[in-house]
Design a protein around this ligand. Structure first.
Ligand SMILES: [Fe+2]
Ligand SMILES: [Fe+2]
Length: 386
């Protein structure tokens, strides 16, 4: 296969948020991502579509949100996204994040040794489970690419076998008021985890149809005895990884709503490659959308065997096609076919304050609670996840 017919990795994930301003406050001011594009949902132009990423919007760093102010709270389950993991280089960065987030009032679980990486977990203001994971030691440290076997993780890393009390005490010794370049989350996503009722059927889709490599067959470290498989590039590069937790088919299905994933997108090189994938999906008897012009990329949409929406998006032309890197994200951008409705659209969406906060989202004792009268609601419950 040529490059054009390979899945290159994750392109973006799209989540549902209840309040655009709160989402901007959290993802840009707490997590330090850049609001790279402010636009509307092209299929529902009365609502925001916000894109967060690194400074230029490289594929794989992009997390996007539909704002659905009146939607009910969603829930995880079969056919849905379970959590999204961002990358850091090392464990010290992870501990620095734990300290920063804890000082801001978030509940943080971990660091957990996941054998192939180390992770912390917390939730965004809508309840999305977020993970930050280290690059190393990597998915392939104990086996060869493409030749995997079902593995049983070491008991001392599993729920019930690990020292939760000790893990809870681990953190960075000093307050972390600034996000330094080493801990910056602009390296993008590490992996995305969804849920399935049948992981072999998922394998037929991701490996059989999309040609991804099965890079790990292990167990859910938080739910011993259930399978957790991962697919990605042949070298299992962080940023290429999609994993699925298997649950019994009788368990609840996911429900779309705030705090839930809407879809995830895999990157393809170009439009020619996208058409090859479209043919491949049709040949497999799957439903697939026509090619949609998303201005910043072209997209096709299909569903995994559990009904989770999966998009294949081209790497280009990218987010700097309609505004320069220095100012991208700072004003509401509309695609050419919606410009004539700009006035109505602007009247319909609430204006967002994108200006940096004077203290970079952090103010010692006062934390996030005192700027412009806005508070940052912190969800209470953290479910298990790996
Ligand atoms: Fe998308
Ligand atoms: Fe994870």
């Amino acid at each position: 296969m040529s490059t054009t017919s390979h899945i290159l990795g994750l392109h973006h994930v799209t989540l549902v948020a209840g309040n655009a301003q709160r989402t901007v406050d959290f993802y840009s001011r707490v997590l330090g991502l850049r609001l790279i594009k402010t636009t509307v949902n092209f299929d529902d132009p009365g609502s925001y579509h916000l894109y967060f990423a690194d400074d230029v919007g490289r594929a794989g760093t992009v997390i996007t949100f539909f704002e659905w102010p009146r939607a009910p709270r969603g829930r995880t389950g079969i056919g849905g996204t379970h959590h999204v993991a961002l990358r850091v280089a090392d464990r010290d960065s992870l501990l620095r994040w734990k300290r920063r987030l804890t000082d801001l009032g978030l509940r943080v679980r971990g660091p957990y040794d996941r054998q192939y990486f180390t992770s912390i977990y917390f939730r965004d203001p809508d309840g999305v489970i977020l993970e930050i994971a280290t690059d190393g030691p990597g998915m392939l440290f104990n086996e060869q690419a493409g030749i995997t076997m079902q593995r049983t993780p070491p008991a001392e890393l599993m729920r019930g076998g690990r020292d939760e009390a000790l893990i809870a005490t681990l953190t960075w010794p000093e307050p972390v008021s600034q996000i330094d370049p080493v801990m910056a989350l602009t390296r993008g996503m590490h992996h995305l985890t969804a849920m399935t009722a049948n992981v072999e059927r998922t394998d037929e889709f991701l490996r059989g149809v999309l040609g991804m490599t099965l890079v790990k067959q292990t167990e859910n470290f938080d739910d011993p005895g259930t399978r957790h498989w991962s697919w990605g590039s042949p070298d299992a590069r962080p940023g290429s990884l999609v994993s699925y937790l298997e649950r019994p088919p009788t368990e609840r299905r996911s429900q779309m709503g705030t705090g839930q994933g809407h879809h995830y997108a895999l990157a393809v090189a170009d439009e020619a490659g996208q058409l090859l994938f479209r043919d491949r999906l049709l040949d497999a008897g799957l439903h697939v959308s026509p090619v949609m012009d998303r201005v910043y990329f072209k997209s096709i949409y299909t569903k995994d065997p559990d009904g989770h929406i999966v998009e294949l998006a081209t790497n280009g032309p990218g987010f700097l096609i309609d505004e320069p890197a220095s100012t991208t994200g700072s004003t509401l951008r509309l695609p050419p076919w919606l410009e004539e409705h700009r006035e109505q659209i602007e009247a319909h969406v609430e204006e967002i304050d994108r200006a940096p906060w004077p203290y970079d989202g952090f103010d010692g004792d006062r934390g996030m609670l005192s700027h412009s009268g806005r508070s940052l609601p912190i969800p209470e419950t953290i479910e298990g996840s790996s």
